[in-house]
Design a protein around this ligand. Sequence first.
Ligand code: PLP
Length: 454
Amino acid sequence: MSSNNPQTREWQALSNDHHLAPFSDFKQLKEKGPRIITKAHGVYLWDSEGNKILDGMAGLWCVAIGYGRDELADAAAKQMKELPYYNLFFQTAHPPVLELAKVISEVAPAGMNHVFFTGSGSEGNDTMLRMVRHYWAIKGQPNKKTIISRKNGYHGSTVAGASLGGMTYMHEQGDLPIPGITHIAQPYWFGEGGDMSPEEFGIWAANQLEAKILELGVDNVGAFIAEPIQGAGGVIVPPETYWPRIKQILAKYDILFVADEVICGFGRTGQWFGSDFYDLKPHMMTIAKGLTSGYVPMGGLIVRDDVVAVLNEGGDFNHGFTYSGHPVAAAVALENIRILRDEKIVNRVHEETAPYLQKRLRELADHPLVGEVRGVGMLGAIELVQDKATRKRHEGKGAGMICRTFCFENGLIMRAVGDTMIISPPLVISKAEIDELVTKARQCLDLTLAALQD
Ligand SMILES: *Cc1c(COP(=O)(O)O)cnc(C)c1O
């Protein structure tokens, strides 16, 4: 992407000379040069070339209330002037973190009234792993250490986060997973369901949890962690039979259940949490992303009352971060949640805009390249295939990346996970903006089909 704009070229040179970007091929990025995003408002981004782009991914799933809300900037500035930083280690606290913990308890499922704050979702899952093991040790069952997770789940990029996640390409770099973490099949019918119906496959995938618990011995299993809907894995909405069967299994065995709500939390499904949407009743929920709409980094772990009661008997929990409950992040999160509530944004997603998005997205199912369209709330996935009936892919052609590139060039951000196109727009997207998103998506599918036929 060589640019004629000297300002863009200057920034790209800085990138080449000094910056190492996350989840990137450093050398390839140097050759291409990054696109420079300079400003944003509502659901739109602008790059340094003056292009206006509809952000169908809400940044990285996080910008729930949209870009450019001055109230969050004002809340941050006010808090920075009043108390920019203080820690929570020395038996001290500050007003924003305490008020935020209360407000989160109000929107969280019943009986989940305590929050441990972190700087990110990954740190939230690290906290979870240590808290689960601490919990069982307090209960006199220190062998209940193993955490069961799922292949192709995403739980972050710290050593524990990447281990909990089921991304093999992440495990390959750095001898992961760490001991005490094991993975079962994911409920991804379109990709892995074979000849089973979605309903049959949902039961089969859920039964893998029971098989794994029995294989390890329940006395060695501490917890099961899962995203209500897998995000980074490709917006994988499980078959309807999956969560009810998982709940039956969890009820049978004495292990903790952790819902990773980093994407689903704070309204993305049209309910406050994915756990509300599927009635999951977890012991712990990891949060981040929508908590602050991404305006500043913050994550955490919401813990159920019965678990807290046990932790209360355990003495010191030897864990925490310098920025746990950072006052500026807490002030921004408070303002973000105030906006979500006062403007009834979650409600509007549930009643109006999510049904509209889902209906319009499904119109793309008639496209020759599309094998399935699925989604829940403000999450959607479009499967690109060569053959609709057999779900056969365009092997080795990189259809997803081709489509993603056409999208970017035509003013739409859709992400590609293999040949699955995914969207997760800001929760505030309007019906007219949804129309624009779907129209652009269809144009890009046409362009992709033509490119694949060349
Ligand atoms: C993004 C994500 C994380 C990691 O959050 P970070 O803030 O990037 O550390 C964890 N779990 C899920 C489900 C996520 O989508």
